[in-house]
Write a protein that binds this ligand. Structure first.
Ligand code: MN
Ligand code: MN
Length: 468
């Protein structure tokens, strides 16, 4: 490959772009085009699950509940999916070997940092109508002002019916936004730290400025907004109480760079790993060991709740599968989990020449060098990380090299510079082999994140090679 200056004893670096034939390049760019289309449509966990379900069904996957309710047996080669509350999905292809011999698992999360509407969001101030938000996940608040934002989500009425909302994505839709102070009046603000310059409580979305006709009424602009919402969606103000509306950057994902080598879009943490895992999974037929792709919610706030990785959903689903294979016992489920191997995927930080000081160059990810393996993540002396076993890493090196997959290793930044967590340690609790892997980004958690198309392609190839 490249790196001819190195001796045969030295570790070689691989720039994936250098190995591609014309045919490979076509595959790189067609995958990134499908990814761009997916990311332009799917900006919430619910939208991702709906899309994954639809594509999986087209590829021959059936709802696990269908088998459960009909008492129908599962057999080797069957493809099923289990959905959890519309926000988490697990796909299975049943293997030839007994489940208790372990599964090959791909995992990633489909929730992303954003602004969520509060339960009582709508108010009027100075003849303007605004929506109050509470941010979700770790954001640099100053990055979310003066951007076109869209509303995505669901409103559930007392009668149980629900209304899906997407406003701000169609060219004919209005968009929304959070204001920032003009530079001319920002003397005091500019002296504040970046953390304090824009406060969380001030992330209010401007949604209207026309009052209703009735001059006697109070809050006439707010009332006009309520009237519009009622006409369009049949909702009243109290319905916001049982809604989940996410405020996200408006607009499509884009090709990035003069050479079109990268993708810019919202929510690549961690949908870039989720999408590539999903595509690899759809290509798996009749595997030896049962293959699983697990795409979960709530990672950005600690994997909590019924749809986060800490919930029993996955374990329960494995028990259901064991039962439908006619081979259920608690012990066998425990063995199936303990004997499994997992690539737990989440994004890494790619080296950024604008901020070299936070990285240690030998041990950080770079664009175009393929899927990133992180033996450990965590912070302050690897705290709260899943520290993968060298035996498992060696096995993965062998698989990747055999399949000519470009890969690299990284830590998230310099020692004691910061750190982060993923879902890896939660699955590792079952006693299975787990490694953190994923795709490197610039601008992680910013409204618009950047990834390399070569890395997206190599990640999909890595997932496929691992499942096979
Ligand atoms: Mn993540
Ligand atoms: Mn994240």
């Amino acid at each position: 490959m490249n790196d001819k200056s190195k001796s045969s004893l030295e570790k070689k670096d691989q720039i994936a772009w250098e190995k591609y034939s014309e045919e490979d390049l076509e595959k790189v760019f067609s995958l990134s085009q499908r990814y761009i289309d997916f990311m332009s449509r799917c900006k919430t966990e619910r939208e991702c699950v709906e899309e994954f379900k639809a594509q999986a069904e087209k590829a021959g996957y059936r709802d696990l509940n269908h088998f459960i309710s009909q008492g129908k047996r599962l057999k080797s080669g069957d493809k099923v999916y289990a959905e959890n509350m519309g926000k988490t999905i697990a796909l299975f292809v049943i293997g030839k070997r007994p489940l208790e011999e372990g599964m090959k698992i791909l995992g990633a999360h489909i929730d992303s940092p954003r602004l969520d509407l509060k339960q009582n969001p709508l108010y009027e101030d100075a003849d303007l109508a605004l929506l109050d938000t509470h941010y979700y996940g770790g954001i640099k608040k100053y990055q979310w002002v003066t951007l076109p934002l869209a509303l995505h989500g669901v409103i559930v009425k007392k009668d149980g019916s629900s209304i899906n909302i997407v406003i701000g994505e169609d060219d004919n839709d209005p968009v929304f936004g959070v204001s920032d102070l003009l530079i001319h009046l920002a003397k005091d603000q500019m002296k504040k730290t970046l953390a304090e310059g824009v406060e969380g409580e001030n992330l209010n979305i401007l949604v209207g400025s026309i009052p209703i006709q009735d001059k006697e009424a109070k809050d006439r602009v707010k009332q006009n907004i309520l009237k519009l919402l009622n006409e369009k969606y049949g909702i009243v103000e109290e319905d916001f109480v049982s809604a989940e509306i996410e405020v996200v950057p408006a607009g499509r994902a884009r090709h990035y760079g003069l050479d079109n080598s990268m993708v810019m879009c919202y929510g690549q943490d961690d949908r870039v790993c989720a999408y590539t895992s999903f595509e690899a999974m759809l290509e798996i037929e009749n595997p030896e060991n049962t293959c699983v792709t697990l795409l979960v919610d709530k990672e950005e706030i600690g994997s909590v709740g019924a749809t986060g990785m800490h919930s029993r959903f996955f374990e329960n689903t494995v028990a259901e599968i064991a039962n439908l294979l006619g081979d259920y016992s608690e012990l066998k489920v425990r063995r199936a989990l303990a004997n499994s191997k997992m690539m737990s995927s989440d994004v890494s930080a790619a080296f950024d020449p604008n901020y070299p000081e936070v990285m240690e160059k030998k041990n950080c990810a770079q664009f175009g060098r393929g899927i990133v393996f992180n033996k450990y993540t965590g912070s302050r002396g690897k705290s709260e990380s899943n520290d993968a076993n060298p035996e498992f890493i060696a096995e993965l090196r062998q698989i990747m090299d055999e399949n000519n997959v470009s890969w690299q290793t990284a830590e998230l930044g310099k020692v004691d510079q910061g750190g982060g967590g993923t879902i890896a340690y939660i699955l590792a609790n079952y006693g299975m082999e787990v490694i953190d892997a994923g795709i490197a980004l610039h601008n992680m958690h910013a409204p618009w994140e950047i990834a390399s198309k070569a890395d997206i392609y190599e990640a999909k190839r890595a997932y496929y090679a691992f499942l096979r």
